[in-house]
Design a protein around this ligand. Sequence first.
Ligand code: HEC
Ligand code: HEC
Length: 317
Amino acid sequence: MKKIIKFVAYFVGSLLLAFVGLLAYVALRGIPSYTPEPVNLKVEITPERVAHGAKLSSVLCGVCHGNDKNILAGKLLVDIPKEFGTIYAANITQHPQTGIGKWTDGEIARLLRTGVRPDGQYIPNYMPKFVNMSDEDLASIIAYLRSDLPAVQAYDLKQTQSTPSFLVKLLCNFVMKPNPMPQQPIIQPDTTDIVRLGRYLVAGRYDCYPCHSADFTKINEVEPEKSLGYLGGGNMLYNLEGKEMYTANITMDEETGIGTWTEEEFVNTLRYGKRKDGTLLKYPMLPYPVMTETEAKAIFAYLKTVPKIKNQVKKNL
Ligand code: HEC
Ligand code: HEC
């Protein structure tokens, strides 16, 4: 009997020791760095690209990076779940020291696709990555960041460093990894294949799926459809008052998703933020005024092809 107790004590003791060792390792190592892949890119700045990039940035970057004057100087992100830590979006204006004025086009493209900064540091999932964005959309965003529009002019503000939580460090050591750079050109689908265009908008350009799947830590950025509970909702964010907000199930399940919505109802909700019962979409779901009617219809057509998920999400009151 004594022997068994002794054995169990040793066993539990060594497990504990291993566990403490793991915790210490993660705490000391923090978020790992990577050797950045070389990226050769020089974006030609054209008025069309700048205008398109400004549109994309207004719905893709401004929410996090825009300050109260809509300058992309960064801020504290209050809607990120607290278990991820205290997170500040960076200053991405053209300031050479406090912004990204010295980054090359390739360095910006690499960060947006893979999550790796020029110094090798990896940005976890609290900044979305745009792995499947078309080369043209990406070039437009870069052209916009380089443009002479007011939101991106050098703004001298050293943004506060984020303090990611232990959970984020743990995930970055074992689960979250940088995405590889795409090996092939990514060409934007056109309106001849409306479902492919819709898929592109959801999973490549507008990035609907990280919010609308089950869990930010179980997102597959390279193959979005493999994210846990793809588009079935239930993921949790906060509103600006710190209240929990659950994302909607946008699969076509009739009971728990949007299976009974008409195309027109969907398009109006998405573009103008008004649901068919007259209620407004609540933050952090913002309407997409820059989206064309064709794009919104393409998204609807695509959602009809996505496997339905039965998931009754808590109503946001
Ligand atoms: C959900 C919020 C969010 C969105 C949306 C977002 N970012 Fe970020 N971004 C962040 C955070 C947070 C950081 C800083 C991460 C850190 O502190 O490790 C960051 C960092 C960056 C950096 C690195 C800056 C530096 O000095 O290291 C660049 C460049 C950048 N973002 C560009 C963009 C662009 C361009 C878009 C739109 C296409 C965008 N981000 C969308 C949250 C966001
Ligand atoms: C930042 C996270 C986020 C992003 C990005 C996002 N959504 Fe949402 N979405 C939400 C949340 C949260 C709700 C619930 C809002 C509410 O209760 O009013 C929601 C609600 C919706 C609804 C209403 C569903 C219903 O049953 O009322 C639709 C439709 C929708 N989103 C579609 C989209 C599409 C399409 C995209 C991409 C173009 C997108 N969302 C991007 C978070 C997000």
